[in-house]
Design a protein around this ligand. Structure first.
Ligand code: N01
Length: 511
């Protein structure tokens, strides 16, 4: 570490401030430590690590990516209990990572970041915490995840409802659903997990579907003790399985992304699966999607369709009309008395930006820059916001594979960025506006002709139909693209204080 970095550290300025202790923040912290960058902190608003895997406590919450692939490549877990891990196991895994790499001493829990402002004078980020404290840092890494702001639907009369209303992302574990009459609004990835989990215990379950999802079997199962033992003995075996899972998931992309013969084959598989489980033609017709497979997230489940066939379940296929004090209405005017309403209505994504104001050069506000759609360079840096880096930023969501693969690609890039920064004390790196613009134009062109823009309504798209959420291609392309950090893509900005010192030194030496 050079003298400038030392003096900053003594002045309480962090090299890196990370916001969020989920997969992104934990993964980056481990790699920072491995590369000798110790002057960092993670600011976490909750009291524990885990991000979405700490927060999404709804019954049945689980991952739809196989466990071996949905974990860090550098921290394999031979003890995964299922092929697809439930929420508790993934949360446990992240806590294990935090403990093993002694990260907790670096995490400030219960520390909500309320704002972040780039100071042109010092070239630092001033990070405001709830309670008024301001932390200074040279680089700011937003590892807040993409799915952190629950989307509450605007249902007429919901505020008057006297029963329980719960969003899947804000589940109240102390509320007992047993024996209750429950309505679930939504049939996305969260809904198809919560519905089969609560169906056996509730008295009546009414599912308000707006758009039927494409569902394929998950083929989930327990991993046997003998398999776990084999993974422990021969870690190479687990690596091999991870590789095979990656190849398998990557190979389905052509079916999901480009409307092609592969899409038709996928749709045929989806319809066959539906036919094999749902024998009632009326229910089957309600559950049959009328849009291209892949346009919305393709869901994997072994128990969703079977649950919908049970006698205590009714599927309403045209969404919710309104609510009153004790009931929920379908669009045909039928009234159903319910005790609880579960909102499985997803998250605010494409224009969410960050849940706090972030101000860059000249006080520009990220929420304004992203008011139509979020944009970043390689999903990581944003022009006008020097030394701010995003993990899981715009256009880096996977449509078909593990988000951890993308996070690890971004971490490599961020490490190279930070190394360049350390070589240039007193300077900031700001991705040039032309590079930023050209990249995003190229990305949007790549979306043309994909199933995501084929006409369905999904959270991937902004109101004007722009996709600012997903990566439009194979994940290995993203890995290749983020492999090397090119300084030429960035403007070097010298902090005003440094400039003044340099000018003073110059005038002294001339004098
Ligand atoms: O949310 P969603 P989610 N009235 O947006 C419906 C990740 N995830 O929480 O399709 C009535 O997918 C909406 O209807 P429609 C994963 O990335 C991962 O389920 O818009 N209905 C839809 O059916 C996923 O993509 C895992 O017509 C309304 C549903 O609510 C993302 O989280 C597990 C409505 C919302 O579905 C979000 O999934 C779970 C309204 N006003 C989640 N508003 C893994 O396994 C919305 N809907 C890794």
């Amino acid at each position: 570490m050079n003298t400038d970095n030392n003096s900053r550290q003594q002045a309480g300025v962090l090299d890196v401030a990370i916001v969020g202790a989920g997969f992104g923040g934990i993964g980056l912290a481990i790699q920072l430590q491995k590369s000798g960058i110790d002057n960092y902190r993670i600011f976490e608003q909750a009291e524990d690590v885990g991000g979405v895997w700490r927060d999404n406590l709804y019954p049945g919450a689980a991952c739809d990516v196989p466990s071996h692939l949905y974990s860090f490549s550098f921290e394999p877990n031979p003890n995964w209990g299922r092929l697809f891990s439930p929420q508790q196991e993934i949360h446990r895994y992240l806590r294990h990572c935090a403990d093993k790499y002694l990260l907790r001493r670096k995490i400030r829990f219960s520390s909500q970041v309320t704002a972040a402002n780039y100071c042109e004078r010092s070239g630092e980020w001033h990070i405001e915490l709830a309670g008024g404290e301001v932390q200074r840092a040279r680089a700011l890494v937003m590892a807040i995840g993409a799915l952190n702001v629950p989307q509450y639907p605007n249902i007429d009369g919901m505020d008057r409802f006297k029963g329980k209303v719960m969003h899947t992302a804000e589940w109240q574990t102390d509320y007992e659903l047993r024996g209750k009459r429950v309505a679930v609004v939504g049939t996305g990835a969260s809904a198809i997990q919560v519905i089969p989990s609560i169906q056996p215990k509730v008295a009546e379950l009414t599912v308000f579907q707006r758009t039927p999802p494409w569902v394929l079997p998950k083929h989930d199962r327990e991993l046997r003790a003998t398999e776990q033992l084999r993974f422990k003995r021969w870690p190479i075996l687990q690596k091999l399985i991870r590789r095979l899972q990656y190849i398998k998931m990557e190979s389905v992309l052509p079916a999901f992304i480009w409307d092609s013969v592969f899409t038709r084959i996928g749709e045929w598989a989806g319809r066959s699966y539906l036919r094999s489980v749902v024998k009632d033609p009326a229910l089957r017709s309600k559950l049959t999607p009328n849009y291209s497979m892949g346009c919305k997230r393709v869901l994997l489940s072994d128990d969703y369709y079977p649950a919908l066939c049970k006698s205590n379940v009714e599927v309403i296929a045209d969404g919710v009309a309104r609510m009153d004090e004790t009931a929920i209405y379908s669009r045909d005017g039928e009234r159903r008395e319910v005790d609880a309403v579960v909102l499985a209505t997803g998250f605010k994504v494409p224009v969410a930006g960050a849940p706090m104001p972030i101000r860059g050069i000249n006080g520009r506000l990220l929420a304004d820059d992203w008011s139509v759609a979020a944009e970043a360079y390689k999903g990581i840096t944003v022009s006008g916001y020097p030394n701010m880096l995003y993990l899981m930023g715009p256009n880096t969501g996977p449509g078909n594979t593990s988000v951890i693969f993308y996070i690890e690609s971004q971490i490599r890039y961020v490490l190279q960025y930070l190394q360049q920064l350390r070589k240039r004390p007193g300077s900031s790196l700001d991705v040039s506006p032309e590079v930023h613009r050209a990249f995003n134009e190229r990305i949007q062109k790549m979306f043309q002709g994909t199933t995501w823009t084929s006409g369905c309504n999904s959270w991937y798209l902004t109101e004007d139909g722009r996709n600012s959420t997903l990566w439009p291609g194979f994940s290995w392309r993203y890995r290749l693209m983020t492999r090397h950090f090119s300084l030429g893509d960035y403007r070097l900005i010298q902090a005003e204080e440094e400039q003044a010192v340099a000018e003073l030194n110059e005038s002294v030496s001339v004098g």
